[in-house]
Design a protein around this ligand. Structure first.
Ligand SMILES: CC(C)[C@H](Cc1cn(Cc2ccc(C(=O)O)cc2)nn1)C(=O)N[C@@H](CCCCN)C(=O)O
Ligand SMILES: [Ca+2]
Ligand SMILES: [Zn+2]
Length: 303
């Protein structure tokens, strides 16, 4: 029987039509994308509301992933491909490790699970409870957030604790802005499906969702690995300041160079300022970009 790469389609969580790179094998079409350059395979699974990972390969008999229970997989697959393309086209990075490792996602994890995460090996998405979250792979910025955790793990390797952890978190939020290139909000397409205009986090106004935006308001806590999802508001605001000053095209190059060349496992906020300044100098000299980065971080009380 004929086997190999195929082109399918489906509807995402928000009912939007999208093309899918699939693979025909033994009469079934799988969400298994072999089309990326340098063979970065993208493959999507379903946990069928259990917690065993990776679960079962998402498949369809006629290459049309149009049923409601396939929507989360459609988006996880399409948005992972879009995020792969971003890192490859913008920086020449082949997958999260730069070495073409397979990008694996599992949807329908758990029951009414209001979260998404990178578990060190793959991305995992809950369905949400329909009130706090819709299926979380339905938001491109969430997918980009999770895949950037993998990029960070294979580059700076920032430990998930205190300031390095908040920096880890912030880099995932900042790169989700670069990938989605739409707003400074995180999760707006999946958060509170019955309420519009809100989000999980805001890079332009972290306090809108309970995050500090200045070192004076750094939260010292043992919870959440030292408040990594709270204190990320401070580097997030610095990221917003930077993008607003020099534009997204220069900001993303400065951030990627800092992430892959200068940051390390125990880098704190001040180290991040220094790494971004050095990256700005490397790429653009000691001009307006350098000054914009300096001001962006001084504005949040980091020197
Ligand atoms: C990416 C983003 C959509 C996701 C958002 C998220 C979801 N939650 C749980 C959660 C649950 C309920 C509510 C509520 O308002 O009632 C808010 C948050 N906390 N954060 C998130 O931030 N997940 C963490 C998961 C970390 C898991 C530990 N490594 C991450 O990827 O950093
Ligand atoms: Ca967004
Ligand atoms: Zn995160």
């Amino acid at each position: 029987t004929d086997a190999g790469a195929a082109s399918g389609y489906g509807y995402g969580v928000l009912g939007d039509y999208k093309e899918l790179n699939t693979y025909l094998s033994n009469g079934s079409y799988f969400l298994y994308d072999v089309t990326n350059p340098m063979n970065g395979v993208i493959e999507t699974f379903t946990a069928e509301n259990g917690t065993y990972l990776p679960g079962y390969r998402s498949s369809d008999s006629n290459n049309a992933f149009t049923s409601g229970n396939q929507a989360a997989a459609v988006d996880a697959h399409a948005y992972a491909d879009q995020t792969y393309d971003y890192f490859y086209n913008t920086f020449g990075r082949n997958s999260y490790d730069g070495n073409g490792s397979s990008i694996r996602s599992t949807v329908h994890y758990g029951s009414n699970y209001n979260n998404a995460f990178w578990n060190g090996q793959q991305m995992v998405y809950g369905d949400g409870d329909g009130s706090t979250f819709a299926p979380l792979s339905g938001a491109l910025d969430i997918v980009a957030h999770e895949l950037t955790h993998a990029v960070t793990d294979y580059s700076a390797g920032l430990v998930y604790q205190d300031q390095p952890g908040a920096l880890n978190e912030s880099l995932s939020d900042v790169f989700s802005v670069f990938v989605e290139r739409e707003d400074y909000l995180l999760g707006e397409d999946a958060y509170t499906p019955r309420r519009s205009g809100d989000a999980l986090r805001s890079l332009s106004n972290p306090p809108a969702y309970g995050q500090p935006e200045h070192m004076d308001d750094y939260v010292y806590t043992n919870a959440d690995n030292g408040g990594v999802h709270t204190n990320s508001g401070i580097p997030n605001k610095a990221g917003y300041n930077t993008i607003e000053s020099i534009g997204v095209a220069k900001a993303e190059k400065i951030y990627y160079r800092a992430l892959t060349v200068y940051l390390g496992a125990y880098s704190n906020f001040s180290d991040a300022r220094a790494a971004l300044l050095q990256s700005a100098a490397d790429l653009y000299g000691n001009g307006s970009e350098y000054d914009a980065v300096a001001n962006a971080w001084s504005n949040v009380g980091v020197y």
